[in-house]
Design a protein around this ligand. Structure first.
Ligand SMILES: *[C@@H]1O[C@H](CO)[C@@H](O)[C@H](O)[C@H]1NC(C)=O
Length: 186
C-alpha cells in the first residue's frame, strides 16, 4: 500500500512538472513564426483568402481545411462534413426563397447536383486551385476529385466555425460558386 502511494506521488509530480505544456506552447509559437516567415503554404492561404474574399479570424481553421487526412491527424474530414451540409442548406434555402412551391424532387435534384463530387464540388475547387494548396502525403495525388472536393467543402465548414454561423459559410459558398463555378444557375 505504501509503495502504491509512493508511485502515485511520483506520477503526480511528473504530471505537474512535465515539460509537455511548455513544448506544446513552443510549437504554437513556431507555428505563428512560420506564418510570419511566410512559408509557401501560408502565402497560399493568404492568396486563397483574397480569392474567396474572406479573412479568417482563426487562420488555423483554413490551415486545417487545407490539410488532407493522409497528411496529418489534424485534418479536414470533420470540417468537410459540416461544409457539405452548409452548402446543401444554402441551396435549399435559396431555392425555397425563390419558389416555395418547388417540388421535393426538383429540390433533391438541385441538392444532388451541387453535392456531386466530380462535376460540381471538385470543379469549383480546381478553379480555386486548391489542388496546389491542399497538403497531402507524398503518396497522395492532390488533384484527385475527392481530395479537392474535401478541401473545398471544408473551407465553408471552416468559415461556419470561424463565424459561429452556418449561413455565413453557406452564402460564401454561394458567391464563390457563382464567381468561380460553372456558368450555370443553381
Ligand atoms: C482581408 O485582409 C486584407 C489585408 O489585410 C484586406 O486588404 C482585405 O480587404 C480584407 N478582405 C476582406 C474581405 O475583409
Amino acid at each position: 500500500m505504501h509503495f502504491r502511494r509512493f508511485i502515485f506521488f511520483i506520477f503526480l509530480v511528473l504530471n505537474l512538472y512535465c515539460p509537455c505544456q511548455a513544448q506544446s506552447s513552443s510549437i504554437e509559437i513556431d507555428d505563428r513564426l512560420s506564418v510570419r516567415l511566410s512559408s509557401p503554404f501560408s502565402i497560399a492561404l493568404e492568396t486563397l483568402q483574397g480569392l474567396i474574399e474572406y479573412n479568417f479570424t482563426d487562420i488555423g481553421l483554413l490551415r486545417r481545411a487545407m490539410t488532407h487526412s493522409s497528411y496529418s491527424e489534424e485534418n479536414n474530414r470533420a470540417l468537410s462534413i459540416l461544409g457539405e451540409s452548409v452548402i446543401e442548406t444554402w441551396v435549399s434555402l435559396r431555392q425555397l426563397t425563390k419558389d416555395i412551391d418547388v417540388s421535393p424532387q426538383d429540390l433533391n435534384t438541385l441538392i444532388s447536383e451541387v453535392s456531386e463530387v466530380e462535376t460540381s464540388c471538385a470543379v469549383d475547387g480546381m478553379k480555386l486551385k486548391l489542388q496546389n494548396i491542399v497538403r497531402v502525403s507524398p503518396k497522395t495525388d492532390p488533384s484527385t476529385p475527392s481530395v479537392v472536393c474535401g478541401a473545398f467543402r471544408a473551407m465553408f465548414g471552416a468559415i461556419a466555425v470561424d463565424t459561429g454561423k452556418a449561413d455565413v459559410g453557406g452564402s460564401k459558398f454561394g458567391s464563390v460558386h457563382e464567381k468561380f463555378g460553372r456558368a450555370r444557375a443553381v
